[in-house]
Design a protein around this ligand. Structure first.
Ligand SMILES: CC(C)(COP(=O)(O)OP(=O)(O)OC[C@H]1O[C@@H](n2cnc3c(N)ncnc32)[C@H](O)[C@@H]1OP(=O)(O)O)[C@@H](O)C(=O)NCCC(=O)NCCSC(=O)C[C@H](O)C(=O)O
Ligand code: MG
Length: 303
Protein backbone atom coordinates (compact mmCIF):
# COMPACT_ATOMS: atom_id res chain seq x y z
CA UNK A 1 0.00 0.00 0.00
CA UNK A 2 1.49 3.32 -0.99
CA UNK A 3 -1.23 5.86 -0.27
CA UNK A 4 -3.28 6.76 2.77
CA UNK A 5 -6.46 5.51 1.13
CA UNK A 6 -8.46 3.86 3.91
CA UNK A 7 -10.49 0.66 3.79
CA UNK A 8 -13.64 2.78 3.53
CA UNK A 9 -12.90 6.07 1.76
CA UNK A 10 -16.41 7.42 2.16
CA UNK A 11 -17.05 6.35 5.72
CA UNK A 12 -17.78 9.27 8.04
CA UNK A 13 -16.23 9.18 11.47
CA UNK A 14 -16.15 12.85 12.40
CA UNK A 15 -18.06 12.46 15.63
CA UNK A 16 -17.90 9.14 17.51
CA UNK A 17 -20.06 9.38 20.63
CA UNK A 18 -19.52 7.08 23.60
CA UNK A 19 -22.68 6.04 25.42
CA UNK A 20 -22.60 4.05 28.65
CA UNK A 21 -24.50 0.81 27.97
CA UNK A 22 -25.84 0.99 31.52
CA UNK A 23 -27.77 4.19 30.79
CA UNK A 24 -31.06 3.41 28.93
CA UNK A 25 -31.99 7.09 28.71
CA UNK A 26 -28.71 7.90 26.91
CA UNK A 27 -29.10 4.82 24.67
CA UNK A 28 -32.53 6.03 23.62
CA UNK A 29 -31.21 9.52 22.92
CA UNK A 30 -28.72 8.27 20.31
CA UNK A 31 -31.54 7.99 17.75
CA UNK A 32 -31.98 11.76 17.66
CA UNK A 33 -28.31 12.75 17.67
CA UNK A 34 -26.31 13.79 14.60
CA UNK A 35 -23.09 11.95 15.44
CA UNK A 36 -21.54 9.76 12.74
CA UNK A 37 -20.97 6.75 14.97
CA UNK A 38 -21.85 5.51 18.43
CA UNK A 39 -19.64 3.50 20.78
CA UNK A 40 -21.78 1.52 23.20
CA UNK A 41 -19.52 1.22 26.21
CA UNK A 42 -19.30 -1.85 28.42
CA UNK A 43 -15.89 -0.89 29.81
CA UNK A 44 -14.94 2.05 32.00
CA UNK A 45 -18.34 3.76 32.22
CA UNK A 46 -20.00 0.62 33.63
CA UNK A 47 -19.46 -0.44 37.24
CA UNK A 48 -18.25 -3.99 37.84
CA UNK A 49 -21.51 -5.11 39.42
CA UNK A 50 -23.51 -3.66 36.50
CA UNK A 51 -21.75 -5.37 33.60
CA UNK A 52 -24.43 -8.05 33.11
CA UNK A 53 -27.23 -5.49 33.18
CA UNK A 54 -25.38 -3.32 30.63
CA UNK A 55 -24.98 -6.30 28.26
CA UNK A 56 -28.68 -7.01 28.62
CA UNK A 57 -29.48 -3.37 27.76
CA UNK A 58 -27.46 -3.73 24.57
CA UNK A 59 -29.10 -7.00 23.55
CA UNK A 60 -32.49 -5.31 23.93
CA UNK A 61 -31.41 -2.12 22.16
CA UNK A 62 -29.93 -3.92 19.14
CA UNK A 63 -32.89 -6.30 18.90
CA UNK A 64 -35.65 -3.72 19.29
CA UNK A 65 -34.39 -0.27 18.28
CA UNK A 66 -31.05 -0.61 16.47
CA UNK A 67 -29.24 2.47 15.22
CA UNK A 68 -29.88 3.14 11.52
CA UNK A 69 -27.61 4.86 9.00
CA UNK A 70 -24.70 5.27 11.37
CA UNK A 71 -21.91 3.00 12.54
CA UNK A 72 -22.41 1.19 15.81
CA UNK A 73 -19.47 -0.07 17.83
CA UNK A 74 -19.44 -1.94 21.13
CA UNK A 75 -16.51 -1.36 23.46
CA UNK A 76 -15.81 -4.51 25.45
CA UNK A 77 -13.71 -4.94 28.56
CA UNK A 78 -10.05 -5.87 28.13
CA UNK A 79 -9.25 -9.33 26.76
CA UNK A 80 -7.61 -10.42 30.00
CA UNK A 81 -10.54 -9.42 32.20
CA UNK A 82 -13.20 -11.72 33.62
CA UNK A 83 -15.83 -9.84 31.58
CA UNK A 84 -14.37 -10.30 28.15
CA UNK A 85 -15.93 -13.58 27.02
CA UNK A 86 -19.45 -12.55 28.09
CA UNK A 87 -18.90 -9.18 26.40
CA UNK A 88 -17.85 -10.89 23.17
CA UNK A 89 -20.92 -13.14 23.33
CA UNK A 90 -23.04 -9.98 23.58
CA UNK A 91 -21.19 -8.47 20.60
CA UNK A 92 -21.79 -11.56 18.47
CA UNK A 93 -25.47 -11.48 19.44
CA UNK A 94 -25.90 -7.74 18.81
CA UNK A 95 -24.00 -7.58 15.48
CA UNK A 96 -22.67 -4.04 15.64
CA UNK A 97 -20.38 -2.85 12.84
CA UNK A 98 -17.32 -3.20 15.05
CA UNK A 99 -15.99 -4.28 18.40
CA UNK A 100 -13.66 -1.80 20.14
CA UNK A 101 -10.87 -3.37 22.16
CA UNK A 102 -9.54 -1.24 25.00
CA UNK A 103 -5.90 -1.06 26.10
CA UNK A 104 -4.44 -2.92 23.14
CA UNK A 105 -0.76 -3.52 23.93
CA UNK A 106 0.42 -5.42 20.89
CA UNK A 107 -0.51 -7.28 17.68
CA UNK A 108 -1.36 -10.51 19.55
CA UNK A 109 -4.37 -8.82 21.18
CA UNK A 110 -5.86 -8.10 17.75
CA UNK A 111 -5.03 -11.56 16.46
CA UNK A 112 -6.72 -13.23 19.44
CA UNK A 113 -9.93 -11.37 18.82
CA UNK A 114 -9.78 -11.97 15.06
CA UNK A 115 -9.39 -15.72 15.79
CA UNK A 116 -12.41 -15.57 18.06
CA UNK A 117 -14.50 -13.82 15.43
CA UNK A 118 -13.36 -16.34 12.82
CA UNK A 119 -15.05 -19.07 14.86
CA UNK A 120 -18.40 -17.31 14.42
CA UNK A 121 -20.46 -16.35 11.41
CA UNK A 122 -19.77 -12.65 12.05
CA UNK A 123 -16.56 -12.48 9.97
CA UNK A 124 -18.27 -10.81 7.04
CA UNK A 125 -19.72 -7.92 8.98
CA UNK A 126 -17.83 -7.40 12.24
CA UNK A 127 -14.68 -5.28 12.24
CA UNK A 128 -12.15 -4.59 14.96
CA UNK A 129 -11.30 -1.18 16.35
CA UNK A 130 -8.39 -0.82 18.77
CA UNK A 131 -7.88 1.71 21.54
CA UNK A 132 -4.30 2.90 21.72
CA UNK A 133 -4.03 4.12 25.29
CA UNK A 134 -1.14 2.35 26.96
CA UNK A 135 2.61 3.06 26.69
CA UNK A 136 3.10 -0.32 24.99
CA UNK A 137 0.19 0.37 22.68
CA UNK A 138 1.83 3.59 21.48
CA UNK A 139 5.26 1.97 21.13
CA UNK A 140 3.74 -0.97 19.23
CA UNK A 141 1.26 1.07 17.19
CA UNK A 142 2.85 0.15 13.85
CA UNK A 143 2.94 -3.57 14.67
CA UNK A 144 -0.67 -3.43 15.86
CA UNK A 145 -1.77 -1.64 12.69
CA UNK A 146 0.15 -4.18 10.61
CA UNK A 147 -1.58 -7.01 12.46
CA UNK A 148 -4.75 -5.97 10.68
CA UNK A 149 -3.43 -7.72 7.59
CA UNK A 150 -2.76 -11.05 9.27
CA UNK A 151 -5.96 -10.77 11.32
CA UNK A 152 -8.11 -11.28 8.23
CA UNK A 153 -8.15 -7.57 7.43
CA UNK A 154 -10.65 -7.03 10.25
CA UNK A 155 -8.76 -4.19 11.94
CA UNK A 156 -10.28 -0.95 10.78
CA UNK A 157 -9.66 1.94 13.12
CA UNK A 158 -7.54 3.25 16.00
CA UNK A 159 -9.01 5.34 18.82
CA UNK A 160 -6.65 7.19 21.14
CA UNK A 161 -7.42 7.13 24.86
CA UNK A 162 -5.60 9.94 26.59
CA UNK A 163 -7.15 9.42 30.02
CA UNK A 164 -5.46 6.06 30.32
CA UNK A 165 -2.31 7.23 28.58
CA UNK A 166 -1.93 10.18 30.95
CA UNK A 167 -2.54 7.89 33.89
CA UNK A 168 0.11 5.41 32.72
CA UNK A 169 2.74 7.93 31.65
CA UNK A 170 2.26 10.75 34.14
CA UNK A 171 2.08 13.32 31.33
CA UNK A 172 0.20 16.38 32.59
CA UNK A 173 -2.94 17.67 30.81
CA UNK A 174 -1.17 20.79 29.48
CA UNK A 175 -2.93 23.20 27.13
CA UNK A 176 -2.30 22.18 23.54
CA UNK A 177 -1.42 18.62 24.63
CA UNK A 178 2.16 19.64 24.02
CA UNK A 179 3.87 16.59 25.53
CA UNK A 180 1.29 14.20 24.10
CA UNK A 181 1.67 15.33 20.50
CA UNK A 182 4.56 12.94 19.74
CA UNK A 183 2.45 10.00 20.92
CA UNK A 184 -0.56 11.16 18.91
CA UNK A 185 1.47 11.62 15.73
CA UNK A 186 2.98 8.17 16.12
CA UNK A 187 -0.50 6.64 16.30
CA UNK A 188 -1.66 8.51 13.20
CA UNK A 189 1.43 7.54 11.24
CA UNK A 190 0.98 3.88 12.14
CA UNK A 191 -2.70 3.99 11.18
CA UNK A 192 -1.95 5.64 7.83
CA UNK A 193 0.83 3.18 7.03
CA UNK A 194 -1.76 0.39 7.02
CA UNK A 195 -4.85 2.18 5.73
CA UNK A 196 -6.63 2.51 9.07
CA UNK A 197 -8.70 5.44 10.29
CA UNK A 198 -7.62 7.23 13.47
CA UNK A 199 -9.94 8.88 15.99
CA UNK A 200 -8.72 11.49 18.47
CA UNK A 201 -9.24 11.10 22.22
CA UNK A 202 -12.18 12.36 24.28
CA UNK A 203 -12.15 15.79 25.91
CA UNK A 204 -13.47 15.39 29.45
CA UNK A 205 -14.57 19.01 30.02
CA UNK A 206 -17.79 18.87 28.03
CA UNK A 207 -19.00 22.31 29.15
CA UNK A 208 -15.82 24.14 28.08
CA UNK A 209 -16.63 24.30 24.40
CA UNK A 210 -13.99 26.90 23.42
CA UNK A 211 -11.15 24.70 24.64
CA UNK A 212 -12.88 21.73 23.06
CA UNK A 213 -13.12 23.45 19.67
CA UNK A 214 -9.41 24.29 19.82
CA UNK A 215 -8.67 20.64 20.50
CA UNK A 216 -10.86 19.57 17.55
CA UNK A 217 -8.98 21.98 15.27
CA UNK A 218 -5.68 20.59 16.50
CA UNK A 219 -6.83 16.99 15.99
CA UNK A 220 -7.95 17.76 12.46
CA UNK A 221 -4.65 19.47 11.67
CA UNK A 222 -2.79 16.41 12.95
CA UNK A 223 -4.70 14.24 10.49
CA UNK A 224 -7.28 12.51 12.68
CA UNK A 225 -10.51 11.46 10.95
CA UNK A 226 -12.69 12.43 13.88
CA UNK A 227 -13.01 12.62 17.62
CA UNK A 228 -14.35 10.33 20.31
CA UNK A 229 -16.97 12.23 22.31
CA UNK A 230 -18.61 11.84 25.68
CA UNK A 231 -21.50 14.31 25.49
CA UNK A 232 -24.06 15.40 22.85
CA UNK A 233 -22.89 19.03 23.23
CA UNK A 234 -19.62 18.01 21.56
CA UNK A 235 -21.17 16.65 18.34
CA UNK A 236 -21.59 19.87 16.34
CA UNK A 237 -17.99 20.98 16.93
CA UNK A 238 -16.60 17.63 15.80
CA UNK A 239 -18.81 17.53 12.71
CA UNK A 240 -17.64 21.02 11.76
CA UNK A 241 -13.93 20.60 12.42
CA UNK A 242 -13.62 17.14 10.89
CA UNK A 243 -15.94 18.04 8.00
CA UNK A 244 -15.14 20.32 5.07
CA UNK A 245 -15.32 24.05 4.52
CA UNK A 246 -17.08 25.40 1.42
CA UNK A 247 -13.65 26.51 0.16
CA UNK A 248 -12.20 22.99 0.48
CA UNK A 249 -15.22 21.56 -1.29
CA UNK A 250 -14.95 24.08 -4.13
CA UNK A 251 -11.26 23.34 -4.52
CA UNK A 252 -11.88 19.59 -4.65
CA UNK A 253 -14.52 20.11 -7.32
CA UNK A 254 -12.14 22.30 -9.34
CA UNK A 255 -9.40 19.64 -9.18
CA UNK A 256 -11.81 16.88 -10.20
CA UNK A 257 -13.16 19.02 -13.06
CA UNK A 258 -9.66 19.87 -14.27
CA UNK A 259 -8.60 16.22 -14.48
CA UNK A 260 -11.93 15.28 -16.10
CA UNK A 261 -11.13 17.69 -18.94
CA UNK A 262 -9.80 15.67 -21.94
CA UNK A 263 -7.10 18.33 -22.31
CA UNK A 264 -5.41 16.86 -19.20
CA UNK A 265 -5.43 13.28 -20.54
CA UNK A 266 -1.96 11.82 -20.12
CA UNK A 267 -0.86 14.63 -17.80
CA UNK A 268 0.15 13.90 -14.21
CA UNK A 269 0.75 17.50 -13.30
CA UNK A 270 -1.25 20.57 -14.31
CA UNK A 271 -1.40 24.31 -13.68
CA UNK A 272 -4.64 25.12 -11.84
CA UNK A 273 -4.96 28.89 -11.45
CA UNK A 274 -1.23 29.32 -10.80
CA UNK A 275 -0.85 26.29 -8.57
CA UNK A 276 0.75 22.96 -9.30
CA UNK A 277 -1.78 20.14 -8.96
CA UNK A 278 -0.83 16.48 -9.37
CA UNK A 279 -2.90 13.34 -9.73
CA UNK A 280 -2.23 12.55 -6.06
CA UNK A 281 -4.27 15.67 -5.29
CA UNK A 282 -7.04 14.23 -7.43
CA UNK A 283 -7.13 11.16 -5.14
CA UNK A 284 -7.48 13.44 -2.10
CA UNK A 285 -10.15 15.51 -3.84
CA UNK A 286 -12.16 12.42 -4.77
CA UNK A 287 -12.00 11.16 -1.22
CA UNK A 288 -13.24 14.50 0.09
CA UNK A 289 -16.04 14.63 -2.50
CA UNK A 290 -17.15 11.09 -1.64
CA UNK A 291 -17.43 12.03 2.04
CA UNK A 292 -19.18 15.29 1.15
CA UNK A 293 -21.75 13.28 -0.81
CA UNK A 294 -22.42 11.08 2.23
CA UNK A 295 -22.89 14.17 4.44
CA UNK A 296 -25.20 15.79 1.88
CA UNK A 297 -27.22 12.59 1.50
CA UNK A 298 -27.67 12.42 5.25
CA UNK A 299 -28.80 16.05 5.32
CA UNK A 300 -31.20 15.48 2.41
CA UNK A 301 -29.47 17.76 -0.12
CA UNK A 302 -27.14 17.35 -3.10
CA UNK A 303 -23.39 17.87 -2.70
C1 LIG B 1 -20.44 12.85 31.53
C2 LIG B 1 -21.85 12.44 31.71
C3 LIG B 1 -22.00 11.53 32.92
C4 LIG B 1 -22.70 13.70 31.93
O1 LIG B 1 -24.06 13.29 31.93
P1 LIG B 1 -25.24 14.22 32.46
O2 LIG B 1 -24.91 14.68 33.86
O3 LIG B 1 -26.53 13.49 32.26
O4 LIG B 1 -25.11 15.47 31.48
P2 LIG B 1 -26.21 16.45 31.00
O5 LIG B 1 -27.22 16.69 32.07
O6 LIG B 1 -25.54 17.64 30.45
O7 LIG B 1 -26.91 15.67 29.80
C5 LIG B 1 -27.85 16.32 28.98
C6 LIG B 1 -28.66 15.31 28.21
O8 LIG B 1 -27.79 14.57 27.35
C7 LIG B 1 -27.87 13.17 27.65
N1 LIG B 1 -26.53 12.62 27.50
C8 LIG B 1 -25.43 12.95 28.20
N2 LIG B 1 -24.39 12.24 27.77
C9 LIG B 1 -24.84 11.46 26.78
C10 LIG B 1 -24.20 10.50 25.95
N3 LIG B 1 -22.88 10.21 26.08
N4 LIG B 1 -24.94 9.89 25.03
C11 LIG B 1 -26.28 10.15 24.88
N5 LIG B 1 -26.93 11.07 25.65
C12 LIG B 1 -26.21 11.68 26.59
C13 LIG B 1 -28.36 13.09 29.05
O9 LIG B 1 -28.99 11.84 29.26
C14 LIG B 1 -29.30 14.28 29.12
O10 LIG B 1 -30.51 13.92 28.49
P3 LIG B 1 -31.91 14.47 29.03
O11 LIG B 1 -32.19 13.68 30.27
O12 LIG B 1 -32.87 14.20 27.94
O13 LIG B 1 -31.73 15.93 29.30
C15 LIG B 1 -22.41 11.76 30.42
O14 LIG B 1 -22.32 12.68 29.38
C16 LIG B 1 -21.77 10.46 30.07
O15 LIG B 1 -22.02 9.43 30.68
N6 LIG B 1 -20.93 10.46 29.00
C17 LIG B 1 -20.32 9.28 28.42
C18 LIG B 1 -19.31 8.66 29.37
C19 LIG B 1 -18.60 7.52 28.69
O16 LIG B 1 -19.11 6.93 27.76
N7 LIG B 1 -17.38 7.22 29.16
C20 LIG B 1 -16.56 6.24 28.49
C21 LIG B 1 -15.86 6.85 27.32
S1 LIG B 1 -14.55 7.91 27.80
C22 LIG B 1 -13.18 7.02 27.37
O17 LIG B 1 -13.30 6.09 26.68
C23 LIG B 1 -11.86 7.41 27.84
C24 LIG B 1 -10.77 6.59 27.21
O18 LIG B 1 -10.88 5.23 27.49
C25 LIG B 1 -9.48 7.14 27.70
O19 LIG B 1 -8.70 6.40 28.32
O20 LIG B 1 -9.26 8.33 27.47
MG1 MG C 1 -9.37 4.29 28.40
Amino acid sequence: MTSITSHHPARLRRSVLSVPAINPRALEKTHGLSCDAVIFDLEDSVAVEKKAEARENLRRFFAETPLRGRESIIRVNGIDTEFFSDDMAAVIACRPDAVLLPKVDGPDDVQRVADLIAETDATESLRIWAMIETPRGVLNAAAIAGAGRTAGGLLDCFVVGLNDLRKETGVAPETGRIYLVPFLMQVILAARAYGLDAIDSVSNEFRQLDAYEAECAQGRAMGFDGKMLIHPAQIDGANRHFGFSEAALAEAKAIAAAFADPATDGLNVINLDGRMVERLHLEQAERLLAKARVIAEREGRTA
